[in-house]
Structure formats: structure tokens, C-alpha cells
Design a protein around this ligand. Structure first.
Ligand SMILES: [Zn+2]
Length: 249
């Protein structure tokens, strides 16, 4: 018998709450590491902060991947899929990736000559450090959330009984994420990437053979807004949709 699966409801909502809780704890832990950066010894203290953040990211990424695997198994059971399948649990991001994300986040803290500095780089050091911290929190959140999302996506790819995946955007998600989520099921053969931005709380929902995907009521409402205010304006759809979400969403 065909079952339905959606981007909202019991299990997906629980999974979202678990990943959101994880993101919050991650940010809290990363914020605590801020004391490792000593403003008077920026050059020498920064590497300690890098490695400490790396360790936290690794730990949280493992949990995110485990949550993704658990969610996948639960969705597979709920779909009534038989036959064994072991979810390939994604590894934490490679060290180079975390490092380059952190380098990007902290690029404005370094002293520049005033004639080449951007306005952000001319702010006092404490402001620059504050900005860097905010950016770092966003990039690590993405690295960790990507590990959970990647685990589900890879399982869909490898599992012969999985046919598609769908993007599920959080209630307060940005227009970009809502626009992608109303596409519904993306089939395995489709060459659509899962594009997430920093601070994105979107997640991947697996769809199995014999299952049909239905948008949740929230996503249906976004779809209605998209059809009415954005779809007819080819080339300008995201901007129109963003405005519609701001005004009606
Ligand atoms: Zn978004």
C-alpha cells in the first residue's frame, strides 16, 4: 500500500528539533572558545582557537550524521520498506574545509593598511572580533548541518529502495529555501544539488519506493504564494517571491 511522506509532521518535525537543538549547543560551545583568542596576541593565539573549534565541529558533526542516520532508518521503517540497508554515516568535514571556513570568517580581524582596508577592516578590534565570531558561528553551523544532510542524501543514493529526496525548510526559512522546498520530491537521477547557505536549517527527507510525497500545509502555502506572485515573472522569481514572503508569508 502506498504511504505518504511529507516535509512536516511527526518524525520530520522531531528530526528538525533535534538538529536545531544540536545547532544551538554547537553555537554555545563555539562561543565559549572565544576566550582562546587573545587580542594582544592575535597571531599566536588564533591557531589554538582554530584547533579547538575544529575539535568541537568534529564532535558535533558526528552527532549530526548519527541523527541523520537514525532519521533515515525511522523513515524507511515507516515506509514499510523491507530488506536490510546500512546507512553510510558521513564523516565530519575534512580539516581543510573547516579551516578554510574559519579563515574566511576571521579574515577581517587582521590589521590592514588604511588605504587598502574595507570599512569592516577599519572597525576597532573588538568589533572585528565580534563580527568574526558571528560569521564563525554561521559557518560551523553549516558544516555540522551539512554532515547530517549529507548522510541522508548519500543513503538515498545508495539505497535501492529509496527513489527521491525532498527539501524541508524550517518555518522561518528564507525565501530561497522555501522556493527550493516547494519543488517537493527530487528524483535520484535528477542532477539537483542540495544547496545550503550558512545558518540554513533545511533538511533532507528520503522518499521510498511506493511512497508519494506531499507538501506540508506550510509548504503548500508557500507554493501558493510562489504561483501567484513569483512564477509568472521569469528571471525575477526569487526577488518577487522574497517580497511575497515578506508581505504575506
Ligand atoms: Zn535559507
Amino acid at each position: 500500500m502506498a504511504t505518504a511522506v511529507s516535509d512536516g509532521g511527526g518524525e520530520p518535525d522531531r528530526y528538525r528539533a533535534a538538529q536545531l537543538g544540536l545547532s544551538r549547543m554547537l553555537v554555545r560551545d563555539v562561543r565559549r572558545l572565544r576566550r582562546l583568542i587573545i587580542p594582544s596576541r592575535l597571531r599566536s593565539s588564533m591557531p589554538d582557537w582554530f584547533s579547538a573549534v575544529q575539535a568541537v565541529v568534529d564532535q558535533y558533526a558526528q552527532t549530526s550524521a548519527a541523527l541523520g542516520a537514525e532519521f533515515y532508518d525511522a523513515q524507511r521503517d515507516a515506509a514499510g520498506v523491507t530488506g536490510l540497508f546500512t546507512v553510510p554515516v558521513a564523516d565530519p568535514p575534512p580539516e581543510e574545509r573547516t579551516e578554510s571556513s574559519l579563515r574566511w570568517a576571521t579574515k577581517d580581524v587582521w590589521e590592514r593598511e588604511s588605504d587598502v582596508a574595507t570599512p569592516a577592516q577599519l572597525e576597532p578590534l573588538d568589533v572585528r572580533l565580534e563580527q568574526a565570531e558571528k560569521k564563525a558561528e554561521l559557518v560551523v553551523q553549516k558544516l555540522v548541518a551539512d554532515t547530517g544532510r549529507g548522510t541522508v542524501l548519500e543513503a538515498v543514493r545508495q539505497d535501492r529502495r529509496a527513489t527521491a529526496w525532498a527539501r524541508s525548510a524550517a518555518l522561518g526559512a528564507c525565501a530561497f529555501c522555501r522556493m527550493l522546498s516547494i519543488r517537493g520530491a527530487v528524483y535520484k537521477g535528477d542532477t539537483v544539488d542540495f544547496r545550503a547557505h550558512d545558518g540554513c536549517h533545511c533538511m533532507t527527507i528520503p522518499v521510498f519506493a511506493g511512497q508519494r510525497f506531499e507538501l506540508s500545509d506550510n509548504a503548500k502555502e508557500w507554493e501558493r504564494l510562489y504561483r501567484e506572485y513569483a512564477a509568472p515573472y521569469s528571471g525575477d522569481q526569487l526577488r518577487r517571491f522574497r517580497r511575497a514572503v515578506a508581505e504575506h508569508g
